[in-house]
Design a protein around this ligand. Structure first.
Ligand code: NI
Length: 180
């Protein structure tokens, strides 16, 4: 089922979301719906608060570009993008490493705006899975970028909070308009 996507100004997008304690049937259905909604919107990631749910849960799919990473390790072994997509995780715990890189970002909750954001190039950490297992993931490139963007959503942070001061000034009027 395609879910409505919360738009900029909706208070759910500013919440620090709750940990997922138990993966219920309802959460399994929510994940299916989130993947369908992300694909339908041509997005590469979607976090639970974007569909109105206060949960530390996100889905990611960058399989349209299998070359988008130069490093991808799952449980310490080299892996391919297609092996782990769509990636679904709850309660992520990871470190951000490497040089900061500049990349243009957009968001399904702020469709009118795209802007460059600087973020560390590498993520490495633990991504609990729905079946109770955990994967240790190390990635760079677009995947590291999307994981950071989606995890920001779980903390009530949006990419427009992370743009340069100059870009913030430029976006101020547009964001004010979107909020009302
Ligand atoms: Ni987003």
């Amino acid at each position: 089922m395609i879910l409505p996507i919360s738009q900029f100004g909706d208070p759910i997008l500013r919440k620090r979301c709750r940990e997922v304690d138990e993966v219920t049937d309802e959460i399994m259905t929510l994940v299916e719906d989130m993947i369908e909604t992300m694909h339908e919107a041509n997005g590469v990631g979607l976090a639970a608060p974007q569909v109105g749910r206060d949960l530390r849960l996100a889905v990611v799919d960058v399989s349209h570009d299998p070359e988008c990473v130069s490093v991808l390790k799952v449980n310490g072994k080299d892996a391919r993008i297609e092996d782990i997509m769509p990636l679904v995780f709850i309660n992520p715990r990871f470190e951000k490493m490497g040089a900061r890189e500049r990349m243009e970002e957009g968001c399904l909750s702020i469709e009118e705006i795209r802007a460059e954001v600087q973020r560390p190039g590498i993520v490495k950490g633990v991504f609990p899975q729905l079946d109770g297992s955990e994967i240790e993931l190390e990635a760079d490139g677009l995947l590291a970028r999307v994981i950071q963007h989606e995890t920001d959503h779980l903390n009530g942070v949006l990419f427009v909070d992370r743009v340069s001061a100059a870009t913030k000034l430029m976006l101020r009027r547009e964001l004010k308009r979107l909020k009302n």
